[in-house]
Design a protein around this ligand. Sequence first.
Ligand code: NAD
Length: 476
Amino acid sequence: MADLLGRAGCLIDGEWFVPAGPVIEVIDPFTETVMGDVVDAGAEVVDDAVRSAAAAHPAWRSTDVAERAELLDRAADLLTRDGAAIAALVSREMGMPISLAQVTQAQLPADVLRATARTARAFPWSQDIDGATLVRRGSGVVGAITPWNMPVHQIVAKVSAALAAGSTVVLKASEMTPYDANALARIFLEAGLPAGVFNVVTGTGTHTGAALAAHPDLAHVSFTGSVTAGRAVAGLAAAALTRCTLELGGKSPAVVLPDADLPTALAGSVSSGLVNSGQACNATTRLLIPESLAADATGILAEAVTHHPLGDPADPSTRQGPLVSARQRDRVLDYIADAVAAGGHLLTGTGKPSDAVPTGFFVDPTIVTGLPEDARAVREEIFGPVIAVQTYTDVDDAVRIANDCAYGLSAEVWSGDVGHARAVAGRLDVGQVKINGVRTRNRPTVPFGGVKDSGYGRELGHLGIEEFTDVTAVMS
Ligand code: NAD
């Protein structure tokens, strides 16, 4: 994969090239040095890519689903073959600990490709309802726009479903992590994907991404990223009457019920809150515990954090890498300062750049207690290793606090009684609830997506494929 570094490329109609345009540096967040760069390709390149995807669509849509599924399986095998190198690439691009990258950026995407292939084979492409046959086909060109935080998984979640559906794709991956998108494109070509079915354009969101979202010849825009960018993308797509899927941010609660095993629940919640240095849309960054157990929780939480050592992301024992950029580190530190100003107590963390590692954009794992419910650190997505502890009086109060949030992506519930946990889960206004430490990554066909400001539409599984299809009702 080392040959991928340098200037990341665009892929249009099966041909690689580097466009002309402004150049953006790609920075390794651990060494703080330049890894390479990427060109902000712009509207003309986007237009060429959409034309290529549109030209490839009729033949791809008519390709037998068994063949489309087989291609995804082949891509999964190649991703497994190259998994170690791709995980190392992501780890360098954005600082993810290598052990996490192997699981989430190599193994998980390969699992998703295989699961999507299986789901496509069993998908109801044709269904008889009330004397009509509902025929589902790939809807056309999908513009896929993805972030940097779980980059390979986020690309594969969209692209596998679109390809399975019989749609074609133009991908604009994050300008901060362009190399893994190039690596995946190579894999799809090697797997035998026809030219034009999958195209890649490089560049920034506001220039190249916006040109893609606004393009009138798309059937669908599938976006994963922040709420601010999601609003802009949805507006651009709406102007062209293009359908949208929006996978946006989160401020996910972990609700520890009074009957939970406290050490297990707190250690598990801290792990989910600090995963990828808190740079996960479904990180449980609000920890809800019974008021009566708050004193017992303090020591357990402080101890749990010691199991998340900071270090070189390439070291398999590192549990927490740097944040993706100096800007992101400074943003996180601002939130911590704001939390302290709002009356919060730092149970762990210092509110300063971490000095545990000599280079890199590190922030120590930070647990804040005693914040009022309206504090920004309680209400806004920080996207860093910061967990706000909130206390509740009874289960109704826990549900109220959990739902008192602009976001609705994900939640965890911890309890000694799964039935009780499921009953509480059913009252939470979120797209996904995980009980007692279940991991999303172990369920690659379970739909993922949010409600409220976390967006709309679903990825993965049956619903993920359906997203990229149109239905024609044929009656006789
Ligand atoms: P971001 O919104 O800045 O960027 C995401 C992508 O959108 C990038 O490719 C970027 O170039 C592009 N973009 C930015 N502005 C755009 C615009 N105006 N028009 C078109 N494209 C634009 O987000 P980020 O910092 O890369 O990622 C972090 C965010 O992503 C967090 O808010 C996180 O919660 C969210 N996220 C959500 C999910 C989910 O599935 N719900 C998963 C991962 C990350």
